[in-house]
Design a protein around this ligand. Structure first.
Ligand code: PLP
Length: 498
């Protein structure tokens, strides 16, 4: 039997048919955990493909030359990089090994890019020998890429990362990129002829903005297109504008639940109602001091509910108009330039879930039920204050009667803070040893971005389903680490260098 959290503070996640097929088959779940341990992460590749198609439809609708580069950092599974290339899109890599794997899967200079925040010489050598564009962030990187390309007697294709765009009178700060105001003069001088960086070939411009604003992306695109115009006038043959990722995704079914939750959380923090989180954690909300109890701070989580998301969000960025009323899409067409996006999280919408086994139940001194799971906090870890989606419990035995219970799930790290979700969750029955808990939609950043091996726990296993026509079974579910033995690019490169 399967049950979702219920009660006053539900945050009902959007789910897919494949998730329900799996959750309704406790035999498969049990078999998978027996074979691979707990927790396991399961990925559904047809859903990945569906997300790719949705963005491609937007490009088609606007008649622009668009390309998607899947931001690999959002999920480390090799099958996703491999599938992205098979489905005809590119891969945005941010480390040596991400690049190496993508090359192994047939990636080339035409569909790979390196946006690594730290570029080692080894990474640059690999990118240069394979003619893969490198997105450059600072002068040291320009000099290093030019030097290495010179030594290798190659030309390194590069994109310049910009930041510091003006939006509504405010300058958008980023630790990344060349400043569009302060650094533009120098960049123009350096790329006015081939004397400064003779071994670099400037091929395009790039930005990636923090946050999820359509307006900021629209403004940044317009300002970068102006820069592209100026650089073309001085003889640079530019091929692309890359606007990075950060396309919003929607996780939740109900706007009302999302708004009620925030209100209830604020009231709990102010002491006006019962706590709804572990130790009354405000997740960013704080109660003000003094006589008038006011809420301060703001929710420090991902904005899990979004009416405008995915393809719709991209549509709005492309429809954003400059002061003359010309849309970004129209400007791209006039500039005759390829438009690139690097979505990570949003391409993984509905693509993955995490399953963990119940190990024990106990009551703490406050009377809270704590349900220990065979997993740890690093295996469901958000860069923000909490993952705000209700999980599901798969009960092995049909309960005789409902016996509502409020509980928290706890993990295996010997830290007081290893409480897997901070919200109190209500279920129809207390889970028992051997039951399973399923956290849905975890593929984007949640399942293993921050995973650590403290206490020498094994890393979770990453499994995938490639074909939606075959019925789900333990045999058709494959382990992502089966690819590892195929890695060989490093040897290839060393051979080529000598
Ligand atoms: C993180 C990142 C992305 C992906 O961002 P999402 O929010 O996952 O879409 C794309 N490009 C760059 C350069 C990034 O750093």
């Amino acid at each position: 039997m399967i049950s979702k959290a219920m009660g006053q503070n539900q945050l009902t996640p959007i789910t897919s048919t494949w998730m329900h097929e799996l959750m309704n088959d406790s035999g498969i779940i049990e078999g998978l955990c027996e074979k691979y341990g707990s927790p396991i992460n399961l990925h559904h590749i047809p859903s990945f493909r569906k997300n790719i198609n949705a963005y491609q439809e937007v490009f088609k609708k606007f008649g622009i030359d668009g390309q998607i580069y899947f931001a690999r950092k959002a999920n480390k599974c090799q099958i996703l990089a491999k599938s992205a290339l098979e489905f005809g899109i590119g891969v945005d890599t941010a480390s040596y090994r991400e690049l190496e794997q993508a090359i192994n899967f047939g990636g080339t200079g035409a569909n790979l890019v390196s946006t690594a925040a730290i570029k080692t010489e080894k990474l640059l050598r690999l990118a240069i020998v394979k003619n893969i564009p490198v997105i450059i962030d600072n002068l040291d990187e320009l000099q290093l890429a030019d030097k290495i390309a010179g030594e290798m007697e190659e030309r390194c294709p590069i994109g310049l990362r910009l930041s510091g765009f003006q939006v509504d009178g405010d300058k958008l700060y980023s630790r990344f990129g060349f400043d569009i105001e302060k650094d533009l003069y120098n960049l123009k001088v350096w790329f006015s002829d081939k004397t400064t960086f003779p071994n670099l070939k400037l091929a395009g411009f790039h930005f990636h903005l923090d946050g999820y604003s359509i307006e900021e992306r629209g403004e940044a695109a317009i300002q970068t297109l102006d820069v592209i115009q100026e650089f073309r006038q001085q003889g640079n043959n530019l091929e692309f504008l890359d606007i990075g990722g950060g396309i919003l995704m929607n996780y939740l079914e109900s706007k009302k639940e999302w708004e009620d939750f925030q209100l209830n959380l604020q009231n709990a923090v102010l002491g006006k109602n019962e706590p709804i989180t572990f130790n009354n954690n405000g997740l960013g909300f704080e109660s003000g001091k003094g006589k008038n109890l006011n809420i301060s701070g703001k929710l420090k989580t991902y904005p899990y509910f979004n009416e405008v998301n995915g393809a719709n969000f991209l549509t709005q960025v492309l429809s954003y108009k400059n002061k003359e009323g010309i849309s970004v899409a129209e400007l791209l067409n006039r500039a005759d330039i390829q438009f690139r996006i690097e979505p990570g999280r949003s391409l993984l919408n509905q693509v993955g879930l995490t399953i963990a086994k119940v190990a024990h139940r106990k009551r703490d001194a406050k009377g809270n039920w704590l349900v220990g799971l065979e997993m740890n906090m690093s295996q469901l870890k958000s860069s923000s204050a909490d993952f705000l989606l209700d999980p599901f419990v798969i009960y092995q035995n049909e309960p005789e009667n409902t016996n509502f219970v409020d509980l928290y799930f706890t993990g295996a790290y010997c830290l007081e803070q290893d409480v897997l979700l901070k919200r109190v969750l209500k279920f129809s029955q207390l889970p028992a040893r051997g039951d399973f808990v399923v956290f849905v939609n975890t593929a984007g950043y949640m399942m293993h971005f921050y995973e650590t091996e403290a206490h020498l726990f094994d890393l979770s296993q990453n499994l995938f389903v490639e074909n939606s026509r075959e019925p789900l079974s333990i045999e058709t579910i494959t382990n992502d680490s089966d690819f590892d033995s195929e890695n060989s690019v490093e040897r290839d490169v060393i051979v080529q260098e000598s």
